[in-house]
Write a protein that binds this ligand. Structure first.
Ligand SMILES: Cc1cc2nc3c(=O)[nH]c(=O)nc-3n(C[C@H](O)[C@H](O)[C@H](O)COP(=O)(O)OP(=O)(O)OC[C@H]3O[C@@H](n4cnc5c(N)ncnc54)[C@H](O)[C@@H]3O)c2cc1C
Length: 254
């Protein structure tokens, strides 16, 4: 285990879920966990896994300049299991039997000219309203105030099937922020940036998913490929569960 001291950040009213957070008190928050783990590893950033030969145990990764060949003994895969067959050279019949469904989303980061008074102490807002396409809005300034005093939000917007990203523009965002009451009539969106996330929320529709997935895991493990993480295990997990799963796998592999 990494030796850390933790600071508890508690909502004084103790309301809502996750109202207590434990962060390493080194000043970098949870990033410090990543930094400590990274010290002992050789990491290639911005390299995509393009082929996986489980027979000869060779993985190929690519960035804009190069293709690297990596030989491995055991491979832990944390990418999307739904796309694994596109990468793996061998046919995995168990992989073809599992149906992967998901909800996609856009994260829209916005800077506002002004925030309506009633939201000035809001951290997160959930919007279970079929008339509003956004399902959650987070207020970055409650975590860390922006240096220029502008109010910055992230807006989460989910959909299934296809959605025309070009229809999400300044006017679209302002319309709904005004309807929610976050923006007053005279205020506006100053800047926005849209990040599309493909399989954001894994969904299980097949009642036999669990048993088929277990067979898939066993088959891959026989080829020394181990799955962990939200998208490799295809489950709706948060960061904590993801870390616990990774720790359990590391313990299993010794
Ligand atoms: C919109 C949204 C909001 C969320 N909010 C919360 C929250 O508030 N609290 C919480 O606890 N959890 C939240 N989660 C869940 C949390 O983000 C995940 O549980 C966590 O990030 C899963 O970690 P992971 O390592 O399994 O996957 P990821 O964090 O997705 O890491 C997988 C990594 O693998 C890389 N990768 C994938 N395929 C390839 C490939 N072929 N080649 C090379 N690299 C590849 C990806 O680029 C990525 O860096 C949220 C998730 C989403 C989508």
């Amino acid at each position: 285990m990494i030796p850390f001291h933790y600071t508890s950040l508690r909502n004084p009213k103790g309301k809502g879920y996750n109202h207590t957070f434990l962060y390493p008190n080194t000043g970098l928050g949870s990033q410090e966990l990543v930094n400590q783990l990274a010290q002992k590893l050789e990491i290639y950033l911005e390299h995509r896994l393009i082929s996986l030969d489980t027979y000869d145990k060779i993985a190929r990764v690519q960035n804009q300049q190069e293709i690297l060949t990596i030989r491995y003994d055991r491979l832990i895969f944390t990418g999307s299991v739904a796309n694994l067959q596109k990468t793996i050279c061998e046919t995995v019949p168990e992989l073809q039997k599992v149906l992967f469904h998901s909800v996609k989303m856009f994260v829209i980061n916005v800077a506002l000219s002004n925030l309506a008074d009633k939201f000035k102490s809001t951290s997160w807002l959930y919007l279970p309203d079929s008339e509003i396409p956004f399902f959650r809005i987070g207020f970055y300034n409650r975590v860390q105030p922006s240096t220029n005093g502008k109010e910055i939000l992230y807006i989460e917007f989910s959909y299934s099937g296809n959605y025309d990203q070009s229809s999400i523009n300044k006017e679209f965002i302002e319309t709904y922020l005004k309807r929610i009451g976050i923006l007053e009539k005279s205020d506006s969106v100053l800047l926005y940036d849209i990040i599309p996330i493909g399989d954001a929320y894994p969904i299980i529709k097949d009642q036999e998913f669990e048993s088929k997935f277990e067979l898939l895991k066993q088959s891959l493990e026989k080829q020394d490929v181990y799955l962990t993480g939200r998208y490799a295990l295809w489950k709706w997990s948060g960061m904590l569960e993801t870390m616990i799963d990774a720790h359990e796998l590391a313990t299993k592999l010794g």
